[in-house]
Design a protein around this ligand. Structure first.
Ligand SMILES: CC(C)(COP(=O)(O)OP(=O)(O)OC[C@H]1O[C@@H](n2cnc3c(N)ncnc32)[C@H](O)[C@@H]1OP(=O)(O)O)[C@@H](O)C(=O)NCCC(=O)NCCS
Length: 179
């Protein structure tokens, strides 16, 4: 039986743990999907510095949540806020969600999405999109299971390669709230 997982807002001291999860999850999720050199070159300490900057940003324009196990170990995180490209329809965005591989399939992703959606609704956003790598079958399966509709695509350069990203959108995010 998996240990209980607690979802809570991220705090500045979580920066290193989030960077660790992000780096580990990027390397497992994107192995074979992004250039190896790019994945190897991720600087986890630099990532932690960036996370610390975000988590100490007093503007509160974005939200950050972590999932931690009974020992207080961060096993996943998610972030959200205003949509970043000026989309005419979708005003809210789920900007990142990453969970350590050993913790997939336990409902943690859904709970992290619920936390972001609650924050978005409190901040007057009623719809949301996310961008997912076109070859990320796990991410796509998850967003489709949550009712997301494919609403766009774009090319992005990552590690010197041009990769396709797909947008999934929810015109109404209230069905994503906890029952
Ligand atoms: C995508 C991710 C966040 C999903 O989190 P998770 O905790 O494994 O998902 P959950 O257990 O909460 O699943 C919620 C629902 O989605 C479904 N689901 C999850 N992943 C799925 C998949 N790959 N294909 C189909 N359905 C999926 C589950 O069956 C569940 O449905 P149910 O509630 O009807 O039973 C997690 O797998 C992850 O971190 N992956 C690597 C990083 C990643 O790809 N992030 C997205 C980047 S854009």
């Amino acid at each position: 039986m998996p240990s209980p997982i607690h979802i809570r807002p991220a705090e500045p001291p979580d920066a290193q743990a989030i960077a660790d999860v992000q780096t580990a999850s990027w390397r497992t999720t994107y192995a074979g999907l992004m250039p190896d050199e790019f994945l190897v070159s991720i600087d986890v300490n630099r990532r932690a510095e960036v996370w610390h900057t975000w988590l100490t940003d007093s503007s509160r324009r974005y939200c950050f949540f972590v999932a931690e196990d009974a020992d207080g170990q961060v096993v996943g995180f998610a972030s959200g806020g205003p949509e970043r490209d000026g989309h005419p329809v979708y005003k809210g965005e789920l900007s990142a969600i990453y969970i350590l591989e050993a913790y997939h399939g336990q409902g943690i992703g859904r709970r992290l999405v619920q936390a972001v959606v609650e924050w978005l609704i409190e901040h007057h956003y009623h719809n949301m999109l996310i961008w997912v790598l076109g070859t990320n079958k796990i991410g796509i399966g998850f967003y489709e299971a949550l009712g997301g509709q494919r609403v766009g695509s774009k090319n992005t350069e990552i590690g010197g390669e041009t990769l396709e990203e797909i947008a999934y959108g929810w015109l109404d995010i209230t069905p994503l709230l906890p029952p």
